[in-house]
Design a protein. Structure first.
Length: 229
């Protein structure tokens, strides 16, 4: 992809909202480092909402990789003018929290350990989901879910009898309902919430009616699903 960017003189916009929830904090940033090492100008947006549990504070940043200091100065001037027109002075509580943690080696080490614990828990929930799906549909391989990464999974379920898996799940009571989007992806949250936790993965299994299980069989035979991060 880097060669294509160079050949077409394109500037990539890279977004990293879930760093640390995939393969690890350093590993998840490999694409950004590769683009920067190739000497390409790029825009990189990052979010601390998930990995710092600061959803309501809207903490993140935009980094612009420029070809030289002169270009960086011009870009910074344009960004300041844009910020002034949009929000001028943003709330800084969340930013101060992040800066405090990242600026203290002990706090940073503790935070990195917590992010790693969340990553491992997501992997455990993914394994548990595969276990219950194998129980629901014996003899079929759901290991593609284990190859995906992050908080979301592409289920492989197909629309059947005019109803999507998301609509079928909506028939469950609110407190039992896993989060399944109309694009047939489900969510493993690192904490209790809209997605799966260790006590309710089986609820997703019970939401699979016989016609949906038939859809699982068909999709397992025909689809190669991408990873999610």
């Amino acid at each position: 992809m880097i060669e294509v960017l160079k050949a077409r003189d394109l500037i990539p916009f890279l977004d990293i909202a879930y760093q640390g929830f995939g393969a690890g904090m350093e590993e998840d940033a490999y694409a950004i480092r590769a683009v920067a090492s190739a000497g390409l100008p790029a825009l990189v947006s990052n979010s601390f909402s998930k990995i710092f549990s600061l959803y309501g504070e809207r903490v993140g940043g935009l980094s612009v990789v420029c070809e030289d200091a002169e270009a960086a100065g011009r870009v910074l001037g344009q960004l300041k003018a844009t910020v002034r027109r949009i929000y001028s002075s943003p709330p800084n509580f969340g930013a101060q929290v992040v800066a405090t943690v990242l600026g203290d080696e002990q706090l940073k080490a503790s935070w990195l350990a917590e992010v790693e614990a969340m990553r491992k828990r997501i992997l455990a929930m993914r394994q548990e989901l595969v276990n219950v799906l194998k129980e629901a549909v014996p003899g079929h391989n759901f290991d593609y879910l284990l190859k995906q990464r992050g908080m979301f999974s592409y289920t492989g379920l197909e629309r059947c009898a005019g109803r999507s898996p998301a609509r079928r799940v909506r028939c469950l009571p609110d407190r039992q309902r896993p989060y399944v989007r109309s694009g047939f992806e489900c969510q493993q949250r690192p904490s209790r919430g809209a997605g799966f936790c260790c006590c309710d993965v089986s609820t997703y299994q019970s939401a699979l009616s016989p016609w949906e299980r038939a859809g699982v069989r068909a999709s397992c035979r025909t689809k190669t699903l991408p990873g999610a991060l």
